[in-house]
Design a protein around this ligand. Structure first.
Ligand SMILES: Cc1cc2nc3c(=O)[nH]c(=O)nc-3n(C[C@H](O)[C@H](O)[C@H](O)COP(=O)(O)OP(=O)(O)OC[C@H]3O[C@@H](n4cnc5c(N)ncnc54)[C@H](O)[C@@H]3O)c2cc1C
Length: 404
């Protein structure tokens, strides 16, 4: 279905006798909310700006029980169908190989696999690609979403899951901005089948960390077609200003604000990244980066809003709190808040009251996650007090709750 055809299927009026929801943004937060809300009896439409499905954002996600709750409980999806586990958590050091080796109960998923499963659960009919929302408004008896083409849609509740650059958050809370952490995350995936025997032996059944002065890097495998993919994230410090602007300039000369997608990083910058990797990283990890066709880049920052509910409108996922990735729980937070949102709305007919009650838990969770993730980032990137063998900082409510 083209965006125009899809748009024609958006009901112009609200369904009689049934509460309705509009979800702005059709990525993991939006799909999670939409699935839970529909199961709670809502008629739900998702409005997604992208004209194409989002599968190609290829990167890994450390799974959390909250991330998989909908698929497991409501769709009977088996853990092994959407994620894989590794048996070891390892620390590596250049020239020394594995310097710490412990058991692991973590699981990892590919963004594309989670997205495809959540979208299959929701169905394509009410998932409207190519529909950008330019404004949301809270009215006395309904909420509105105004599309870029001028149409105005109404619903009982509007959930804004439009990501870290959320236009809804900018409009509702103009004073809240993203504060830069002072470093970026280089990311990518390399085909597991292309790795040497040496690299496979070290990396393929493990999550690995390499701690360096003012930097660290992790790898873990994710599913990807017939063979696994080796996912990696390398945190590197970059001051604000010209250096960061330069890094965020793509191969067409466009300056991005938070990320440069795969395929748009200038070739000479990718070459420099690979050369740096060969110069400072353990051989196995440098090999993975060397074999990654299209690395991409995300600026690390914190976003901490003082509110999540605005009458019949709410913020969810990265549109609400965006935490540094060190606790590996941003998606988990989105899924947890989506589940709690549907429960709050199911319990209470008064949407404003339900959102206000739901907000309290979301603020606690978001603040806690941002604080813990910030501490972990400062420890590794600036204080350099993260030691080989330290427990990983993964967790949604607390360190350790991401394990299966
Ligand atoms: C390096 C890194 C590693 C991470 N690792 C993990 C991990 O291991 N585990 C974990 O749980 N989380 C992890 N995260 C966090 C996780 O990626 C995010 O928290 C999560 O993907 C946010 O999902 P979202 O749906 O809120 O936002 P997004 O995925 O950004 O989606 C927002 C959507 O809204 C759409 N949109 C935007 N504006 C509009 C508009 N005006 N109208 C309509 N649609 C619009 C966009 O097109 C997009 O599809 C990591 C993040 C980073 C940066």
């Amino acid at each position: 279905m083209t965006p125009a055809e899809s748009a024609r299927h958006i009901p112009a009026t609200r369904p009689a006798g049934r509460r309705s929801a509009i979800v702005v943004g059709g990525s993991l937060a939006g799909l999670s909310a939409a699935n839970w809300l529909r199961d709670a009896g809502f008629a739900v439409e998702i409005l997604e700006r992208s004209a194409r499905p989002l599968q190609d954002r290829g990167a890994g996600i450390v799974l959390h029980p909250s991330t998989i709750r909908y698929l497991a409980q409501r769709r009977g999806v088996e853990l092994d169908a959407v994620s894989l586990g590794v048996s070891r958590v390892r620390y590596l050091r250049r020239g020394e190989g594995i310097v710490s080796d412990a058991p692991s109960r973590l699981r990892f998923a590919a963004y594309g696999v989670l997205y495809a499963e959540l979208l299959a659960a929701f169905g394509a009919r009410d998932y409207h690609l190519g529909n950008e929302v330019r404004a949301v408004r809270d009215r006395d008896h309904h909420a509105e979403a105004e599309l870029a083409d001028g149409r105005v849609l109404t619903a009982d509740v509007v959930v804004c899951a439009d990501g870290i650059r959320s236009g809804a958050r900018r409009a509702l809370l103009p004073e809240v901005g993203a504060s830069l952490a002072g470093y970026v995350a280089w990311r990518g995936v390399a085909p597991g089948a292309e790795l040497s025997r040496m690299a496979s032996a070290i990396l393929s059944d493990a999550i690995t960390y390499t701690i360096m002065p003012n930097s660290h890097l992790l790898t873990y495998p994710i599913a990807g077609g017939p063979s696994r993919l080796m996912n990696w994230v390398w945190y590197r410090n970059v001051g604000a200003g010209a250096e960061l602007t330069d890094l965020l300039t793509d191969d067409q000369g466009r300056v991005h604000d938070f990320s440069v997608p795969a395929g748009l990083i200038p070739a000479q910058r990718v070459a420099a990244l690979r050369e740096d990797a060969r110069g400072v990283l353990p051989d196995a990890v440098a090999e993975v980066i060397g074999k990654t066709a299209d690395p991409f880049l995300q600026v690390v920052c914190d976003v901490e809003p003082p509110r999540l509910a605005f009458g019949r409108i709410c913020l969810l996922g990265d549109a609400a709190f965006a935490a540094r990735p060190h606790a590996a729980a941003g998606t988990a937070k989105a899924c947890e808040d989506a589940w709690r949102l549907a429960a709050a709305l199911a319990e209470c007919d008064d949407v404003r009251c339900a959102l206000a009650r739901w907000q309290a838990g979301g603020l606690d969770l978001g603040r806690n996650l941002v604080r813990r993730s910030r501490q972990a980032g400062i420890r590794s990137q600036f204080d350099c007090t993260w030691r080989v063998g330290d427990p990983l900082p993964f967790g949604l409510y607390e360190v350790g709750d991401s394990e299966f």
